[in-house]
Design a binder for this molecule. Structure first.
Ligand code: AGP
Length: 630
């Protein structure tokens, strides 16, 4: 949560920081702010609400050139989303400003110590505490060095800093590291100070932070799209590392040992188009419509003579059990894959919600493979689970979308999903890509065990056919989604029903509807309805039912008819060639993998519903794209 950016270079920093923030807004959007230097003055502009409010405010008050700047777009953790809590936060004496993504867990203890020393605070945030902690550390170091307390006298301090700029840079580095050593929790921070006007400092612990390496310019940011127009050369900072950036150089060191670290520069293949709306009304719609391409991209290089190639897993020992751990939509993808992994891989599989798993002292089998699924690769609970499993000695396979993310780097094995940047907060194409990768993995396990080869070949043939089928079907899905959204926009609640592979899709359909349109929705296994939920059914409580042409067809059909007998209105998504006694039928083409058509249909239904109801499709209230706090 929260997006941060810092820039040092030859371009005007203020528009660049604002532009970067606009590409990070998916990470949080309840307030925003930036800081820059005007000669030796530290200027901060902050605003409540969306980034456009900040842009307006900046346009009114800052027509200046600044070569260095930092910015922040917030998802509130400490304190209400009001201007005083928006970042950047200054130290009480105004000698530095910080933007921060994460949570300083011991902020209250630190604040108490600082309060006793006479520090004053103007916000409810943990970040302001961190800013003051750095200032306090700097104060001690300068006193030690110059044998006088002048940190409160800005004029003398600035004068000294200009005289002794190397020494001040050194002290600031030490103060920054000392403060971070005292801070527990998670942080990605960027700091700017008029005392070191050519530099910014940045550090990370359990929150994403990367550097963009340009020509005569350097960036730090929470995610690549922030600086994608300017460079695709990236360094991924690791935990406990910090960077000092100037307009002409950068250095990366360990926060604790202060030793220099040589880091590899990675080339990111994403282009700017992937992070732009491309003429679509919303990112979400664009990302749904991209799914035929995503299907193709996920298969590229993965198939040879109807065999699945996963060379990344060559050294993976065949597991006896598999445990899948994830959150939200990624969890739903994991639950969906259970059917295929057990059937094709002939391996018992359990699926867990990361936030539950990590705190219940789990007992893992010796040869149990852990699969963590995460689009962002930065979800705090999923990462916590990954780390716990590694501590327990288990092998972890990460399935994620973001190159160089924490999951990708910390897992023993990693499969990238090739969905490209997903900007809309609601996950769509990422889930489809996770499903493809998990299905390929299930076939791969079967291959290694020499089992179910015929079924695997059939699935591969169908996977190869699917991109074209989906491409052809999408216009029809859009039309139907709009029709049903308008017809059912009256609903206050919705059930989503499915059985077998459709059960997890029902959970996903319900999640999408509630997060986008704020209509209450629950996903159920069709067979569970009569164990309680059916009591809720009446003419005002509609159901979205998935009815695939599989072994459960007649049972699911009976379940739906039971709902209808209680006056329940039903949208039934079914495959051509099958039939149901119902008014609102939504046919999808016949395929042995109907999930890959049903998923976009449900995504479009939620999209249309939210758009029709006037909701903020790409940035639903209270949410953020990657949940980097617990
Ligand atoms: C779904 O639309 C949400 N954005 C959310 O449930 C998401 O899938 C979840 O937070 C997990 O994120 P991850 O895949 O990045 O770990």
């Amino acid at each position: 949560m929260c997006g941060i950016i810092g820039y040092c270079g030859h371009r005007p920093a203020i528009p660049l920081v604002l532009e970067g923030l606009s590409r990070l807004e998916y990470r949080g959007y309840d307030s925003a702010g930036l800081a820059f230097l005007q000669v030796s003055d530290l200027k901060i502009i902050r605003s409540e609400g969306k980034l456009c409010n900040l842009v307006e405010k900046v346009a009114k008050s800052a027509n200046t050139f600044a070569p260095i700047g930092i910015g922040h777009t917030r998802w509130a953790t400490h304190g209400l989303p009001v201007e005083k809590n928006a970042h950047p936060h200054k130290s009480y004496n105004g000698v530095l400003a910080i933007v921060h993504n994460g949570i300083i867990e011991n902020f209250q203890e630190i604040k108490n110590v600082l309060l006793e020393k006479g520090y004053e605070f103007y916000s409810d945030t943990d970040t302001e505490v961190l800013a003051n902690l750095v200032a306090d550390e700097l104060d001690s170091l300068l006193q030690e060095k110059y044998h006088t307390k002048f940190i409160d006298n800005a004029e003398i301090l600035m004068h000294k800093a200009q005289e002794d700029n190397k020494e001040f840079l050194h002290c600031m580095e030490e103060a920054f590291c000392n403060a971070l050593k005292k801070a527990h929790g998670a942080y990605a921070v960027v700091m700017l100070s008029p005392l070191i006007p050519q530099h910014i400092m940045a550090a990370r612990l359990s929150a994403p932070l990367l550097m963009g390496i340009g020509v005569g310019e350097y960036f730090v940011a929470s995610d690549v799209p922030a600086f994608l127009p300017y460079t695709r050369e990236v360094i991924f900072l690791d935990d406990r590392e910090f960077a000092i950036i100037s307009t002409s150089s950068y250095e990366i060191k360990n926060i604790f040992s202060r030793e220099k670290i040589e880091k590899e520069i990675h080339h990111i293949p994403w282009d700017l188009q992937g992070a732009a709306k491309d003429g679509y009304k919303h990112f979400m719609l664009k990302e749904i419509m991209e799914q035929p391409k995503v299907l193709r991209d996920c298969l590229v290089g993965r198939l040879q003579n109807k065999n699945v190639l996963l060379p990344e897993l060559d050294n993976l020992k065949m597991p006896e059990r598999i445990r899948i751990i994830a959150c939200g939509t990624s969890y739903n993808a994991g639950l969906w894959s259970q059917y295929y992994l057990e059937q094709l891989g002939q391996i018992p599989v359990s699926v867990e919600i990361a936030s539950e798993f990590r705190y219940r002292k789990p007992i893992l089998g010796k040869n149990e493979l852990i699969i963590v699924i995460s689009q962002s690769g930065e979800t705090a609970d999923t990462l916590g689970a990954l780390r716990l499993c590694k501590e327990l000695g288990n092998t972890v396979l990460g399935i994620c979308n973001v190159l160089g993310s924490s999951v990708a780097r910390e897992a023993d094995f990693c499969l990238y999903t090739q969905a490209g940047p997903e900007i809309s907060v609601a996950s769509t194409k990422a889930m489809l890509s996770q499903m493809v990768l998990l299905l390929l993995f299930a076939i791969y396990l079967g291959q290694r065990k020499n089992s179910h080869q015929e079924q695997a070949t059939e699935i591969i043939n169908e996977l190869l056919r699917l991109p074209a089928v989906l491409e052809k079907t999408l216009p029809q899905l859009c039309e139907k989604a709009q029709y049903f959204a308008y017809k059912y926009a009256f609903a206050k609640s919705f059930f989503y029903l499915g059985r077998g592979v459709a059960f997890s899709l029902a959970l996903e359909g319900a999640l999408k509807l509630k997060e986008l349109s704020y209509i209450h929705a629950e996903g159920y296994a069709t067979g569970e309805m009569k164990h309680g939920p059916i009591a809720l059914i009446d003419a005002e409580f509609p159901t979205f039912a998935l009815l695939f042409d599989d072994e459960y067809f007649s049972k699911v059909r009976s379940g739906i008819l039971e709902v209808k007998s209680r006056q329940g209105k039903v949208i039934a998504l079914l495959q051509e060639g099958t039939m149901l006694e119902n008014d609102d039928l939504w046919f999808i083409p016949k395929t042995s993998l109907p999930e890959f058509l049903a998923l976009p249909a449900m995504q479009l239904f939620s999209y249309e519903m939210a758009d029709y109801l006037g909701k903020d499709v790409d940035q639903p209230r209270n949410l953020a794209k990657s949940v980097t706090v617990e």
